[in-house]
Design a protein around this ligand. Structure first.
Ligand code: 475
Length: 838
């Protein structure tokens, strides 16, 4: 720290970043000329994007530093959100809007010869996530900053994010996503590093008094380096931090000893092995495959983050028992569960606390969020793998389990099966560590992400734990989305229209204010503007479709959209079977009948995990069906089928505002919440969906008349599955006709799709496609009828938007803060920033 006497100069020259158009232009030109070493003669859009971003970055840094100083000086409790995924998307547009200077930038860029829209388009998405779980983490960061909570995100800085999807001859092809060529939004902190240990052995020592200590020795050391990303809140100076860890060999470049002794190859190999840890995001959504490198990623990230958190706590010189008053750690699914074990290890092995005192601190600190009940997604690690990679942690897990099982036995004597069922160690061959059970035992709260889901985990997968810990440990926090990105940024014209009727943009901070729109649900002038905006958004998407697929679609047709990760439980196959059914129906119609039909564009998008063969087959079928229907002159505009390549956050911002209806049609009880359902309704689209996840709560809010629900309920699923396996399984006749047309070769090679059909015809139809099919196509007919009455349709959309306030991630974060984290906002006025200059 600089001595008092020399601080005057610092205060005088403190950077503030621009606030006027002139200052912005000056900053941009300076960055073009000095940072980028270019000039007005060779400044292309890429360089203009870079310079504009750097200008905004300069501005963010000031508030970012102040926020951190404020949090340190006030010594306030912080929450740490640990997530292996942060699906951030683009940063520039978001930064411009959150600091309220987009118009300044727009005019400034225009005077410098650029359109702001073109500049925004230059940015590569930060795609460090797969789908819902990763995007939720990004929405949470936005809300935590916007609500002034002292909060940090901790994640991994993958060199490759989620792969880029190309469609070649109707098949998905994966291309690596190297996104770090130029990233102005991260700050390397080469001074913030942590050495992380793997493998090795545990030795137990006994001192004179007979006290045992364990020492974890030997093995491999990898260096973690911090990269910080500023997270600006909306309309507040609070700028929080997302810290991402990158891996390197501990010896720096490479091992010089080996290098100099001629063992060049192996010194490079060490370096590469270390760098591999943070090299690539695992591209699976709702699936865990138990690979060693994945466990290495988890420990590397968790250990570096905890070291950082503990170091920050120790600076406050407080007693250890105060740790849970200063620190809340939220585990985004079980991926960071090792943090529980690592904190216990730090406290007992390194800080010398007694087991019980340490465990009390640990279990008051953590909260665990579950995002899925799918059995294939529940994390389990083989004990031999653990033993080899993290020997000390395995010992601690055994101890945790021992004490836990002893307490269960005391409470439920003579229930031997219960002990086996809830044991953190599964007695299989090989033995497995059940991470969800460890997360429950080591946390003070466990939450699901929508009401149905939170009820389901209490009555199915975690039932025994509700008996053991009591019902209060388990709670629900229904997911939410940030209205800044998903309304204001994605749909600026709608946001502006809403602002004109609700008294400015305050609704972006209190989304319940949308309810003021309800009085305009029958207002002719308002409805006309509303419709115009939707139409313009559809024209924009139609242009994108034309540019990327070559297919012309009519913006007046009903746009029916399903965009999300491709998964059998999400049932894109049911959607495309429904499209084929529609096609067959049209083909069988007379020209007169056809005239009465509502034209429709069926739009699909989403990535399949590279190893998920069935999901890839679904993509292939959608493209094959599209290839036939789109060139069938008989059908013309009545039906078009589009697969949009490489669905990601920035494309979602264009796609979602253009929907009339979107599909959220998972088998009941399988989609924990869903969050795109909320985004679509917030943008004035209706939804067709099953009684699953947050669809149920959306229905409660918007009203049954404003949503198209169909299908079996989650309480019926077990019985239906049982009947498929043990009774006679008769397919729905409409579905049989669809299968017949596929089998006759209408959409190309029959064999390509036989597994997809076989799963339903011969292998038990696990996802109940046939059971829900009739209800699905009948409900689609209701959609057609409803869409014909545009006047009523628009009213439904307006009413729905008016009632969506609940689904803001601000509401959701406030619930976490109050019921799980026990933290308060730290508003900039509260902070003791004396001496820092305001
Ligand atoms: C649910 N991802 C949605 C969303 O709560 C829900 C990532 C890596 C490994 C295994 N799984 C994942 C998920 O499990 C996931 O994205 N879950 C999703 O979380 C947010 O809205 O229903 O499927």
């Amino acid at each position: 720290s600089i001595p008092e006497n020399q601080r005057e100069a610092w205060k005088k020259y403190q950077t503030k970043g621009f606030s006027t158009k002139e200052e912005f232009e000056k900053d941009v030109v300076r960055h073009v000329e000095t940072t980028l070493a270019r000039s007005m003669f060779n400044c292309d859009e890429t360089a203009a994007y870079a310079a504009a971003s750097l200008a905004f970055r300069d501005r963010l840094i000031t508030e970012w530093n102040r926020t951190q100083q404020r949090q340190t000086f006030t010594d306030s409790k912080r929450v740490y959100y640990l997530s292996l995924e942060f699906l951030m998307g683009r940063a520039l547009d978001n930064a411009m809007l959150n600091v309220g200077l987009k118009n300044v930038a727009k005019e400034g860029m225009s005077e410098l010869g650029f359109r702001i829209e073109d500049i925004i388009e230059q940015e590569h998405d930060a795609a460090l996530g797969n789908g819902g779980l990763g995007r939720l983490a990004a929405c949470f960061l936005d809300s935590m900053a916007s609500l002034n909570y002292p909060a940090w995100g901790y994640g991994l800085r993958y060199r490759y994010g989620i792969f880029k999807q190309e469609i070649v001859d109707g098949y998905q092809v994966e291309v690596p996503d190297y996104w770090l060529d130029f990233n102005p939004w991260e700050f390397p902190r080469h001074d913030i590093t942590v050495d992380i240990q793997f493998y090795g052995n545990v030795r137990k020592y006994q001192d004179d008094k007979g006290v045992q200590t364990a020492v974890w020795e030997g093995g491999e050391i990898v260096k973690a380096t911090a990269f910080d990303v500023p997270i600006p809140g909306y309309s507040t100076p609070t700028t929080n931090n997302l810290r991402l860890w990158s891996s390197k060999a501990a010896s720096g470049e490479f091992d010089f000893q080996k290098f100099n002794s001629g063992d060049y190859e192996s010194s490079v190999a060490d370096q590469q092995r270390a760098e591999t840890i943070s090299a690539v995001l695992y591209p699976n959504d709702n699936l865990e495959r138990g690979k060693e490198l994945r466990l290495k990623q988890q420990y590397f990230w968790v250990a570096a983050s905890l070291y950082d958190i503990v170091r920050r706590f120790k600076k406050s010189k407080r007693a250890w028992r105060e740790f849970p008053d200063q620190v809340a750690i939220q585990l985004n699914d079980t991926h960071p569960t090792l943090a529980i074990v690592e904190l216990q290890r730090i406290l007992i092995d390194l800080e010398g606390l007694e087991w019980d005192e340490a465990w009390s601190i640990v279990s008051q600190t953590f909260g665990y969020t579950n995002h899925t009940v799918l059995p294939e997604a529940l994390e389990k690690w083989s004990v031999p793998l653990f033993q080899n990679l993290l020997p000390r942690h395995l010992q601690i897990i055994y101890e945790i389990n021992l004490f836990f099982l002893q307490s269960v036995e005391r409470k439920f004597p003579k229930e031997r099966e219960l002990l086996a069922r809830v044991s953190i160690i599964e007695e299989s061959q090989p033995k497995m560590v059940r991470m969800a059970y460890l997360a429950i035992v080591g946390s003070h709260k466990v939450n699901g992400v929508a009401e149905l889901h939170s009820d389901l985990i209490k009555t199915t997968i975690f039932k025994d734990f509700v008996r053991i810990f009591g019902p209060d440990k388990f709670t629900n926090v229904t997911n939410g989305i940030t209205p800044r990105r998903w309304l204001h940024q994605a749909n600026p014209r709608l946001s502006e229209l809403i602002a004109s009727k609700t008294g400015g943009y305050d609704f972006l901070k209190d989304l319940t204010m949308l309810n003021k729109l309800e009085q305009f649900a029958d207002d002719k002038e308002f409805k006309k503007e509303w419709q115009e905006i939707k139409y313009a958004n559809k024209v924009r998407l139609a242009k994108h479709i034309k540019a990327t697929t070559g297919v012309t679609v009519n913006p007046s047709a009903l746009f029916d959209i399903q965009v999300k990760r491709i998964h059998e439980y999400k049932r894109q196959q049911m959607n495309i079977f429904g499209v084929i059914h529609r096609y067959l129906t049209i083909k069988a119609m007379s020209p007169e009948e056809r005239k009465k039909l509502a034209p429709r564009v069926s739009i699909f998008g989403g990535k399949a995990a590279p190893g998920y063969w069935m999901a890839k087959t679904i993509i292939h079928l959608v493209n094959s069906v599209g290839a036939v229907i789109n060139k069938d002159a008989d059908v013309g505009d009545l039906l078009k089928v589009i697969f949009l390549e490489d669905y990601n956050v920035s494309k979602a911002e264009t796609i979602i505002p253009a929907s009339d209806i979107s599909e959220h049609i998972s088998t009941a009880g399988t989609e924990a919440s869903g969050t795109s359902n909320m985004k679509f309704v917030l943008n004035g689209g209706l939804i067709i969906g099953t009684c699953d996840g947050a669809n149920i709560e959306i229905t409660r809010e918007v009203g049954e008349n404003n949503i198209f629900l169909f299908g079996n309920l989650s309480e019926d699923v077990d019985e239906l599955r049982h009947a498929h396996t043990y009774g006679r399984h008769e397919l729905d006749p409409n579905l049989t006709k669809v299968f017949d047309s596929i089998k006759s070769g209408t959409f190309g090679d029959v064999n390509s799709f036989s597994a997809l059909i076989g799963a339903i015809e011969d292998h038990g139809d696990y996802y109940l496609v046939s059971d829900d099919f009739l209800s699905y196509i009948q409900t689609q007919d209701l959609v057609d009828q409803a869409y014909k009455n545009q006047d009523e349709w628009v009213s439904k959309c307006i009413i729905s938007v008016a009632r969506m306030g609940f689904f803001s991630s601000d509401r959701c974060i406030n619930e976490y803060a109050e019921s799980i984290w026990n933290i308060e906002p730290l508003t900039p006025e509260d902070g003791n920033t004396s001496g820092l200059g305001k």
